[in-house]
Design a protein around this ligand. Sequence first.
Ligand code: NAD
Length: 342
Amino acid sequence: MGKLKVAVIGCGSIAKFRHLPEYKANQHVDIVAVCDINEERVKETAEKYGAKPYTNYEDLLKEVHVDIVSVCTPNYLHAPISIAASNAGAHVLCEKPMATSYEEAKAMIVAAKDNGKKLMIAHNQRFVASHKKARQLIESGELGKILSFRTAFGHGGPERWSIDGKDSWFFEKEKAFVGAMGDLGVHKTDLLRYILGEEFVEVGAFVENNAKDFSSIDDNAVCILKSESGIVGTLAASWGYKKEDNSTIIYGEKGVMRLEDDPTFSMIVQYATGEIAKYELGKIQSNDEGGQNTSHVINQFVESVLEDKMPPVPGEEGMKSLQVILAALQSSETKQIVRVLD
Ligand SMILES: NC(=O)c1ccc[n+]([C@@H]2O[C@H](COP(=O)([O-])OP(=O)(O)OC[C@H]3O[C@@H](n4cnc5c(N)ncnc54)[C@H](O)[C@@H]3O)[C@@H](O)[C@H]2O)c1
């Protein structure tokens, strides 16, 4: 079998640091086309990867047959581009947050299904070694019944990350739809659903804009969440933390599990017996390292296509994580505890 043909749509930071170098390093694929509305950027990217440049994704999908499309654009374009790519017969790897509404997310899943193609959402936190180990230990009953958690993802904001800096779409409500909650909060809702193996049923939230005065999109949020078995905890997502926090603590009947909370040990379990287990599982990957420390997202998606198996984070999972965010936004607006839609 020949190599799978890949197109990357959106040539900003996540494409540059993750999708493009990780496809390039994968021996089963060829990057054949790239697209960005920024002409200079797409030209430069196309030259670097030996791909054909496009400034309009519809033209790309019409003119080149590709097996895989990565959607690395601003959030409001995730659904239209993913649906067009599925309809053009491609398997789709779409960045998070999956979409801007439940209806869009559902339509993405239907489009992939109707075309017999795969859809994966790039929730990379699931592939971090400490997070995988945490899920295993919790599933095996090591911590006993889980009672509570505390999770946070915060940093200084996307002006230091986005290829367009302070002028980025991240700060435009019509393009981003949601700020720190959609950017960082969705990573942690997805991670907790994965680690706990449970769905969230109720959410209360303050989703505020108090960190950046040059933008009016939400940038600092704190939520309380309740799971189906009654686990309660807090989730914070912020673009206002001057030092990054990307950590999770799980409180169980038999002990406390600290994830990415210590500079050396990515997982520490403090047992009720007094025993402490420290795990050195490697540091949580940082997107700036691109290529040196794989996110696993691209390789796992390619493998699922090659072996015709379910991708590790299918559209349905991305949608469930998005629904928690949608409930948090509704809670913040209505000042009510909101039930997460089934
Ligand atoms: N998984 C992760 O850890 C992670 C990290 C960062 C960003 N992301 C997600 O990746 C997506 C892209 O974010 P980013 O950080 O790369 O943003 P970015 O601002 O660095 O890049 C976005 C790019 O999309 C291009 N673009 C805009 N409209 C387009 C269109 N119609 N067609 C083609 N290209 C278009 C822009 O010109 C820009 O080059 C977002 O959804 C974001 O939430 C995920």
